[in-house]
Ligand binder design. Structure first.
Ligand SMILES: Nc1ncnc2c1ncn2[C@@H]1O[C@H](COP(=O)(O)OP(=O)(O)OP(=O)(O)O)[C@@H](O)[C@H]1O
Length: 423
């Protein structure tokens, strides 16, 4: 009986011990499971909702669900080689593109707020409206909203984002951000407070546009194109150079805008396969359908004549130019009224001569953009030298005036000495 009681006690103790062990194991397993599932949850939340990135010194976050990863691939020279860790995070590479190219990605909400719910319209282009906006970084920008029903617009949007990510020059309008959210595609550019060259030349009531400013604008455009043709790798042909695509900043320095957004030309209300804008298109391109750098040079020649004459290419500019070219001083007759008597006729003729070369019928005989820049620089240097000579001669006169004044002082003091002696 006593032995039986011992056995029961041992059995109960073993049972209690096993039960305790099982309970302890269950407790720790539960704790470990909870910890693990929490970690998994937080890491998946991070990768699905937002990626914190830092660009241009500004911290921001990108919504990975709206990344461009599924729509196009980017292979710019500035993209750093992928690290093994990056390759594993394949789904987020395009967000890294946004950070490496320095172009910020904004949400629809950000843009809506920055444009005061799209009420600050600057103008309407063929791709959609453009709004003025102040971003959370307090930078003032221009936001181009691409029409959502335009398939071509979407393709061009992708082209421009990838292009501009690698193109930076002081004479190009910088892309500073973009938004692809809620079915909308928007491009965010630096704000150019003096608007387009087209508005400056043709809108009534715009400020006086001096000859010196026009020469500088021509040189700025030339440098912008030079960067596209000679500096970018691979080279970029603009395809839609026109005064509406030249924008001016607060100091009246010009920048080339809208590369990557060239659109098809509408002829007889039908889209042709040609790209560009009526009045600026190289006739050689119209007949061969081959667009080269020299077609951009042609369009630039037209812009130079706009600067000289303030006649719009869609208002028979070329007819006036051809008529004027029949006599050596013909260009004086078509000079913008604002400039008459306020600029050097010699300089006008030199500039017209450059424009004529750009418009040569045979593309091969048109100058390269670097030659155009040089020729424009020479006109400006010439003017600066002239100004120097003039200021030197003005300086000489003042020297003579000073000497005469000194002599007068000397004479009068001599006279007063004589008066004293006589007294
Ligand atoms: N970065 C900018 N800063 C200030 N204003 C701008 C900027 N970009 C465009 N605008 C203005 O917005 C208007 C529309 O510009 P947009 O580039 O869309 O069309 P466009 O070049 O005039 O015509 P198209 O689309 O037919 O080429 C123009 O009046 C232009 O001056």
């Amino acid at each position: 009986m006593g032995r039986q009681a011992d056995l029961v006690i041992v059995g109960v103790s073993v049972g209690v011990a096993i039960g305790f062990l099982v309970a302890v194991c269950a407790f720790f397993s539960l704790k470990w499971y909870r910890k693990r599932s929490h970690l998994q949850h937080s890491s998946s939340t991070r990768s699905v909702t937002s990626l914190p990135i830092r660009m241009n010194g500004v911290g921001t976050s990108i919504d990975s669900s709206t990344s461009l990863s599924n729509t196009f691939s980017f292979q710019g020279p500035q993209q750093p080689p992928k690290s093994p860790q990056q390759s594993r995070w394949n789904g987020h590479n395009k967000d890294l593109f946004a950070s490496t190219s320095g172009i910020l990605k904004y949400s629809y909400k950000d843009v809506q707020k920055a444009t005061q719910n799209f009420t600050t319209i600057l103008g309407q282009g063929s791709f959609g409206p453009v709004y003025k906006a102040t971003m959370p970084t307090s930078e003032v920008v221009a936001i181009k909203v691409l029409a959502s029903d335009s398939k071509q617009g979407e393709r061009e949007f992708q082209t421009e984002v990838s292009l501009l990510g690698r193109l930076h020059h002081r004479n190009l309008v910088n892309l500073v951000g973009y938004c692809v959210d809620k079915g909308q595609h928007m491009l965010i550019y630096e704000y150019m407070s003096n608007g387009s060259l087209e508005n400056l030349l043709y809108k009534e009531g715009e400020r006086v546009f001096t000859w010196e400013e026009r020469l500088q604008v021509a040189l700025d455009i030339s440098h912008g194109i030079e960067y596209l043709h000679e500096g970018a790798s691979p080279p970029v042909i603009h395809r839609d150079l026109k005064s509406a695509n030249i924008l001016l900043d607060n100091t009246m320095r010009a920048k080339v805008a809208d590369f990557g957004l060239s659109k098809e030309v509408v002829l007889d209300r039908k889209n042709s396969s040609l790209k560009g804008t009526y009045g600026y298109i190289d006739p050689e391109y119209m007949s061969t359908n081959k667009f080269t750098k020299k077609s951009d040079i042609y369009s630039f020649g037209i812009i130079i004549f706009e600067l000289i004459t303030a006649i719009h290419p869609q208002q028979n500019l070329m007819e006036y130019v051809n008529l004027a070219s029949m006599s050596p001083d013909g260009v004086d007759e078509i000079l913008d009224n604002q400039l008459v008597g306020k600029c050097s006729v010699e300089e006008v003729r030199l500039l017209a001569n450059i424009a004529h070369k750009c418009l040569h019928k045979t593309p091969k005989r048109r100058p390269q953009i670097a030659d155009v820049s040089q020729a424009l620089s020479r006109i400006r240097q010439r003017r600066l030298q002239k100004e120097d000579t003039m200021s030197f001669s003005v300086g000489d006169n003042s020297h003579f005036v000073k000497r005469i004044e000194d002599q007068q002082v000397e004479l009068s003091s001599m006279a007063s000495i004589r008066e004293i002696e006589q007294a």
